[in-house]
Design a binder for this molecule. Structure first.
Ligand SMILES: Nc1ncnc2c1ncn2[C@@H]1O[C@H](COP(=O)(O)OP(=O)(O)OP(=O)(O)O)[C@@H](O)[C@H]1O
Ligand SMILES: O=C(O)[C@H](O)CO
Ligand SMILES: [Mg+2]
Length: 415
């Protein structure tokens, strides 16, 4: 019989594999039918992988294509497709140039043609054509201010959409009357399609008024000229678009639950939108573990409790770590001494904070194993130094970059 730790790692691995862009794109295109020509446009950090999978699935049906990804994120040439790299998280000159090229190859299409639009996180910075009255300097400056302001991604993108010709449904409007078939790898909690990469092919739910309020709320400094541009509305309805989400943290959770069941655990998805402070999530999860261990309730053993989301860390210490490592280590404190209990937290992109680890996996012996090394768990948590604590006792999860990016998976197994 496999150990409970092995089970947890197996389940997480299977769940992440299910949202690798290659597998997901190929299976989504298997059933798709295209009447006229297909023009491929791929944007975001996973753009290259998504495009190369589409090429594998459709071959010469793709007439032309443009891939725009982050620097060092393309993996070579793709036959018949132009591959560009550009600035992220702050857009640069290459963002504008590559986007211009994407607009050129999708100009003058007929209603029989399809723009196969492959969207992944990071797309907001990588795909941009500015409205008149806004310069690249304005956008770079506003982007930097927004990224440092504490505004969330939905808020940041509401502003970016109102400065752009292609965001907030703009791209789908520009390629009319062609149809847009859009495959989306979601990195936004709740899978808000108009926020992922700022929704270039999705009707915008945000308004100019909201964008102006966000600028005010976070004290973003903008010129009068830019303020006038923000006041122009984005498209609120589009009739040429079909969209499929091919990967998201909800899917990761579903697969994790299914795999856990196949190993004999009763599985429950607690949430797929966890977004609180990482150490609070860990403490809370540990409290649930104690309840289950003592009272066999609210979930009956053997059980798997699955969560998805993206917690936050307000870094105050000078140590090294990431939100998943911090969640895991704080959970370890709460499950100290419990038998047959494992908690794992992992970033599906394989990188947790500025470290080479993807996350952490802890159990009832983690605190004791630290103590044996003369290490006090509280010191490491206080200093946001979870990486060094987990590394010392072999409780890190190291996968290397996975090639996908759909937030984080948290899994608790008890038997
Ligand atoms: N020492 C630390 N301990 C805990 N968390 C940290 C530490 N240093 C940085 N972080 C957190 O790591 C986060 C960045 O991590 P990461 O690069 O995994 O982000 P991400 O959201 O996955 O990025 P992307 O959207 O580009 O994939 C920061 O938001 C910060 O809160
Ligand atoms: O590009 C973006 O806007 C973020 O990654 C969210 O999708
Ligand atoms: Mg990450």
């Amino acid at each position: 019989m496999s150990s409970i730790r092995e089970d947890a790692l197996y389940i997480a691995n299977e769940a992440i594999n299910a949202v690798l862009p290659e597998n997901a794109v190929i299976s989504a295109l298997r059933s798709a039918e295209f009447e006229g020509g297909v023009i491929l446009i791929a944007i975001g950090k996973a753009a290259w992988r998504m495009a190369s999978a589409a090429k594998e699935a459709l071959g010469d049906k793709i007439m032309k294509g443009v891939v725009i990804t982050k620097y060092h994120h393309s993996l070579g040439e793709i036959e018949g497709i132009e591959v560009y790299e550009a600035g992220h998280p702050v857009p640069d000159e290459n963002t504008l140039k590559a986007t211009e090229r994407a607009l050129e190859v999708t100009r003058n299409l007929s209603e029989k043609d399809t723009v196969l639009f492959l969207v992944s996180g990071g797309g907001s910075a990588l795909f941009e054509s500015l409205r008149e009255g806004v310069t690249l300097g304005d956008l770079a400056n506003i982007t930097k201010q927004l990224l440092n302001s504490g505004a969330n991604i939905v808020e940041i993108n509401a502003v970016r959409k109102h400065l752009s010709r292609v965001k907030g449904g703009g791209f789908a409007s520009l390629v009319q009357p062609a149809r847009v078939f859009s495959l989306v790898l979601s990195d936004v909690l709740g899978d808000r399609l108009d926020s992922i990469a700022s929704g270039p092919a999705y009707p915008d739910s945000s308004t100019s008024e909201e964008a102006l309020n966000i600028v005010r709320k976070y004290g973003i400094s903008i010129s009068e000229r830019v303020k006038e541009v923000l006041a122009l509305e984005t498209p609120k309805a589009l009739n040429n678009v079909e969209t499929k989400i091919i990967g998201s943290v909800s899917k990761v959770c579903e697969v994790a639950a299914r795999k856990a069941e196949s190993l004999g655990y009763r599985a429950k998805i607690l949430t797929s939108t966890l977004d609180c402070e990482a150490r609070e999530a860990g403490t809370f999860l540990a409290a649930i573990a104690r309840e289950i261990c003592e009272f066999n309730s609210p979930f009956e053993k053997p059980c798997a409790v699955v969560l998805g989301g993206e917690t936050v860390v307000h870094v105050k210490g000078s140590g090294k770590g990431g939100r998943n490592q911090e969640l895991a280590l704080s959970a370890a404190r709460g499950i100290k001494g419990l038998d047959n209990t494992v908690i794992l937290s992992v970033g599906t992109d394989g990188t947790d904070g500025p470290t080479d680890a993807a996350g952490g996996i802890v159990d009832g012996t983690t605190v004791e194993r630290l103590m044996e090394k003369g290490m006090n768990i509280d010191d490491f948590l206080d200093n946001n130094d979870t990486y060094h604590a987990l590394r010392a006792i072999d409780d890190l999860i190291i996968t290397g970059p996975t090639g996908t990016n759909v937030n984080d998976l948290i899994l608790m197994l008890i038997r």
